[in-house]
Design a protein. Structure first.
Lengths: 110, 121
């Protein structure tokens, strides 16, 4: 499975931007980068996904480097409700499966 | 938007009994459904992948006779934990994959249910 590397934990002050990095140096040319988050005892929630261009939606922005070997998820104005484990996922070529790593536990502090 | 309904949200059963968990895609057709299991303080572990009308594909180490998966329609998949034991106590989560985006921009790629907390006593 395509491997991603994320820091195990991060802290962010409420109201500030949260920037969550992800390395995916073995990503293939046509696989997307997906970001999900899981709030305690809930199912994962879709945040955003992208291929090579930067993407933005109502929840977040996704910045993908030109070589596609890393990306950053940006929550522009973090709130306490954004405290969760954030997963960066890249599928293996030809696979349908989303395989979860350990993710980054983001704690938003008041 | 894309919604996946999973029931029950929690269940307690006696050791040796079977438990069925349902996963429904409410507003889209799911070409593929996935079942995950999550133990406390761990990440999600994929158990199996199922396509409508065909047998599920199980991940290595997952007992197919213990975790029965039925995917009878494009909107419904069920996971039955047979002869449950305390070590099967876990958080079970389904995911449904539909068409990547709807006409209104709604994402129907991989949408997850809210999970089922199974406790076997």
């Amino acid at each position: 499975d395509a491997k991603t590397t994320q820091p195990p934990s991060m802290d962010c002050a409420e109201g500030r931007a949260a920037n969550l990095p992800c390395n995916h140096s073995t990503i293939s040319g046509n696989e997307y980068v997906y970001w999900y988050r899981q709030i305690h005892s809930q199912g994962p929630q879709y945040i955003i996904h992208g291929l090579k261009n930067n993407e933005t939606n109502e929840m977040a922005s996704l910045i993908i480097t030109e070589d596609r070997k890393s990306s950053t998820l940006i929550l522009p104005h973090a709130t306490l409700r954004d405290t969760a484990v954030y997963y960066c996922i890249v599928k293996s070529p030809g696979s349908e499966k989303l395989v979860f790593g350990k993710g980054t536990k983001l704690t938003v502090n008041p | 938007g894309a919604v996946v309904s999973q029931h029950p949200s929690w269940v307690i059963c006696k050791s040796g009994t079977s438990v069925k968990i349902e996963c429904r895609s409410l507003d889209f057709q799911a070409t593929t459904m996935f079942w995950y299991r999550q133990f406390p303080k761990q990440s999600l572990m994929l158990m199996a992948t199922s396509n409508e009308g065909s047998k599920a594909t199980y991940e290595q180490g997952v007992e197919k006779d213990k975790f029965l998966i039925n995917h009878a329609s494009l909107t419904l998949s069920t996971l039955t934990v047979t002869s449950a034991h305390p070590e099967d106590s876990s958080f079970y989560i389904c995911s449904a994959r539909g068409i990547p985006s709807g006409q209104d921009g709604t994402y129907y790629g991989y949408t997850f249910g809210s999970g089922t907390r199974l406790t076997v006593v």
